[in-house]
Design a protein around this ligand. Sequence first.
Ligand code: AMP
Ligand code: ZN
Length: 463
Amino acid sequence: MKTLKIFNTLSRKVEEFEPIDKNLVRIYCCGPTVYHFAHLGNFRAYINEDILVRLLRYLGYSVKHVMNITDIGHLVSDADEGEDKMILAAKRERKSVLEVAEFYTNAFFRDSQKLNIKRPDVVCKATEHIQDMIELIKRLEDKGFTYISNGNVYFDTAKLPDYGKLRGGCTCNTISRVDEDLNKRRQEDFVLWFTKSKFENHILLWDSPWGSGYPGWHIECSAMAIKHLGESIDIHCGGVDHIPVHHTNEIAQSEGATGKPFAKYWVHNEFVLFNNDKMSKSKGTIVTVSDIEEQGFNALDYRYLCLTAHYRTQLNFTMEALSSARNARKTLIHNLAKFAFEKKLDLSKVEKIQSNTLLDPICEDLNTGVALAEIWGYARSLNEENFWSVLSIDEILGLNLLESIKICLEIPQDVNDLALERQRYRQIKDFKNADLIREKLYQMGYLILDSKDDKFVILRDTV
Ligand code: AMP
Ligand code: ZN
């Protein structure tokens, strides 16, 4: 089996991946807060995680992929400040929190499907795991990691000697802010269970040993990861914004409660920028899958764009970059479709051919950009082996190449007849009429690619 090398935020090094249990790789990814449509920045995280899971499966591992749905508890700031995002959304939309959650969860999976992101094996909602969170807080309490202040239960970060090991010197954004919660002993301490709401009439409340209230945000991921994957997991993913607070606190809670290492590898994607600022809802700088579709793009154009950049570098989103990605994706598909047509390949029987030239860069810390460059090398001088290698590596890249090629080659009879008519004009050197038909076919959404020996390929242009 080939070895995957992956950058581990915890060690700050690229490491060889070795699962804890060789029979099953356990991977947890922080899922969406379902208070709004997920934006393209969020989807970079999910695309990257999808590629990692696809790669592990391609390499022969069995994988259990768990993702949570945050439908309660995520405050406007990651550090216990501001209102709950879900409750704000419910007020904004005059719906119940559960209605808001259901609506945006469905939208999230619809967009994920368009981006060809496979659904995780387990998708779990915070509101369905409150009891698990309470049990975990009780374990922390029994071990002396908590204190109660003004009715809320806090995690006492002073009790955990290696608190903050994930973020190291990185005290980015949220943690450096002046903290307004005067109930805390230390600025880094965080709420496990709220009973004293800063806002009156909190809508969602659950009974607990500490009184009626609701959980902090961080505890949900620890509780759900442990419940569905066990106390030590292989890989935990998310965006870099989660390093200083959310993931740091997940480690504190999980390792405090179990006394075991929580996640062996921490994999973080860098931000998508928009106008050189982080794409984020609070900054009003978001672009969604529907936004780009409305402008005539396919969601897979965005997936392609993500693949061109390394996941640990920032990606500046522009419409020009998206257009280039679309052109590249379409040209690649057209090249492959033309080859399949000319060689009369049977696309119902995919030949699995592993090309190390394409696979090796992905195994080197998910370097999809290099793999794409190699694919282009193949696409420029296709032979059958290269063709099937490109389709095989697409099991990992997820550009849906095979389906797109098939769509390209679906030509209705009337279109084919027109193409033949054009051919007859060309044979009698009536290029004017031949060009008129070519233009007509183009307007109908079809492309004609001529070959040297008077042959042609007709392709549907909508992919
Ligand atoms: P949230 O719903 O805010 O928890 O975000 C969902 C996922 O998207 C998390 O893994 C975040 O770290 C990630 N994320 C948020 N904004 C961006 C961005 N602009 N670029 C890349 N990833 C992001
Ligand atoms: Zn999380």
